[in-house]
Design a protein around this ligand. Structure first.
Ligand code: IMP
Length: 214
């Protein structure tokens, strides 16, 4: 299948922290922001402002593409919580929202494509216009499973939106209609993305320091 996209894709520019913050500055920061600056995150890849701007752009594309249609956003828990909240509120159209939770078996941090549904949809999506909302696509194996699973339920249409896409995803044949940012092949956290359940509430997205997991 052609994996051309309808959305302008952005390749992120890296924002390096220029100089260490003084101790007194830490005291005035909220705790998650202090974490961002204190070494767990080595490099900010996408700032909170870039995220907000890009989600607004994607919402405008979705508004245009789904005009006159009833839209169901399906968020993949837990990572898509932030984008679902921001995207849905940036839309000018009505939408319904539902959620799936999956766990992907794999070795280390890589998924194998063998996926188990932990929480299924509450909605019968037959005949509905479904937009699957993901936080990040790495190998694309989880996405392949989700797309074929949802297709089997016979929605009127099925498209995919992801905030982040890593290079390996380009080898996966599943079409992704809306991509927020193409990012390098690094383990990133923030804006819903976690390591060991932590860092989801970071407002920007950055590369996790290997010192955290080694
Ligand atoms: P895939 O099946 O290889 O595309 O894996 C996608 C899933 O792996 C995402 O939904 C995330 O849960 C997780 N994942 C992949 N890369 C990262 C990352 O850099 N940070 C956090 N989670 C990630």
């Amino acid at each position: 299948m052609d994996r051309g996209t309808t959305s302008r894709q952005l390749t992120v520019a890296r924002t390096r922290r220029s100089s260490p913050r003084s101790r007194s500055c830490y005291g005035r920061l909220r705790r998650v922001e202090a974490t961002q600056l204190s070494g767990d995150v080595t490099e900010i890849l996408v700032t909170k402002e870039q995220l907000a701007n890009r989600i607004t752009e994607l919402a405008a594309e979705v508004d245009r593409d789904y005009e006159g249609k009833e839209l169901l956003l399906v968020g993949v828990l837990n990572g898509a919580v932030m984008v679902m909240a921001d995207l849905s509120r940036a839309l000018n159209m009505h939408c319904r929202m539902d959620w799936m939770a999956v766990s992907s078996y794999g070795s280390g941090s890589k998924s194998s494509g063998v996926v188990r549904i932990l929480k299924d949809l509450s909605t019968d999506v037959t005949g509905m216009h479904v937009l699957l909302v993901e936080d990040i696509i790495d190998t694309g194996l989880t996405l392949s499973y989700l797309v074929s699973n949802l297709r089997s339920r016979r929605p009127a249409s099925l498209r995919v939106l992801t905030v982040f896409r890593k290079p390996e995803a380009a080898r996966n044949p599943v079409e992704i209609s809306y991509v927020g940012f193409d990012i390098p092949n690094e383990f990133v956290v923030g804006y819903g993305l976690d390591y060991d359940g932590l860092y989801r509430n970071l407002t920007s997205v950055g590369a996790l320091s290997p010192s955290v997991y080694t």
